[in-house]
Design a protein around this ligand. Structure first.
Ligand code: ADP
Ligand code: MG
Length: 239
């Protein structure tokens, strides 16, 4: 509607792609699990940032997303809120916790993975929401053991996850959401084939891609993973 357009203009939210849900202005207007809402407030996130306002309703609707926004603009929370929420929804639908992971977040570095997992634990506190960290530098056996105990979310680097999948029987067939954080950086590091290999191990997941800049290579990767992807960028257009 006209009102949605005005709001997006004001917040410098640019969207591309068919039927994009409107941005929401508060976390509480977003039908999130009560505990998650509580954790968001406890983290001190009173008001959503523009990327959160627009990316969260898109991700909750099940659509795939290619997003760009400045560093420090709250992108992590914009993908973790839908991840936690959709995992909670799965549990309610199936009347039990999942046996296999429901979401995978890939990032280019061990340090970034640790940050993302910490944030995920914070947002999933008090919920049956378990995470596994799959990065180099720690023993693989412990990471495998963790996954075998049933976790909702795996946060990892592409290389280590590939290694783990090659050596062990890990069922990723229930993964609904694949998040690629700092995808431009992953491409620069030459992780493209590994990321694709992980994508192919999943059964048509929703893909949430985040990049500081949207290069042709990033767009190519996005369109090879999802036909009907929605693009969101915050700030000046065509960055
Ligand atoms: P990005 O990935 O976009 O660079 P982060 O997700 O790492 O940014 O978030 C940057 C900082 O902003 C973090 O310290 C995070 O806790 C904080 N933050 C995220 N969302 C909000 C919010 N809605 N209100 C206040 N602070 C927020
Ligand atoms: Mg980030």
């Amino acid at each position: 509607t006209h009102q949605t357009e005005l709001l997006r203009n004001k917040l410098e939210i640019h969207v591309k792609g068919g039927l994009v849900p409107p941005p929401f202005l508060s976390f509480s207007s977003c039908r999130l699990p009560q505990k998650l809402l509580h954790n968001i407030e406890a983290a001190g996130f009173g008001t959503p940032t523009p990327i959160q306002m627009q990316a969260i309703p898109i991700a909750l609707s099940g659509k795939s997303l290619l997003a760009s926004a400045d560093t420090g603009s709250g992108k992590t929370t914009s993908f973790l809120v839908p991840v936690v929420s959709r995992c909670d929804g799965f549990r309610h639908q199936n009347f039990s916790r999942p046996k296999n992971p429901l979401a995978v977040v890939l990032t280019p570095t061990r340090e970034l993975c640790i940050q993302v997992e910490d944030q995920a634990k914070l947002l999933g506190k008090g919920l049956p929401f378990k995470t596994a960290l799959v990065v180099g530098g720690d023993a693989m056996a412990g990471q495998l053991h963790r996954i075998q105990q049933a976790v909702e979310l795996i946060v990892g680097t592409p290389g280590r996850l590939i290694d783990l999948l090659a050596k062990h029987d890990i069922d990723l067939g229930d993964v609904m959401i694949l998040v690629l954080d700092e995808v431009d950086c992953m491409l620069q590091k030459g992780f493209r084939d590994q990321v694709m290999q992980i994508f192919w191990a999943l059964s048509q997941p929703q893909v949430l891609m985040y990049s500081a800049t949207i290069s042709q290579e990033v767009e190519k990767l996005a369109s090879s993973m999802a036909k009907d992807i929605v693009s969101v960028s915050i700030g000046q257009p065509n960055r």
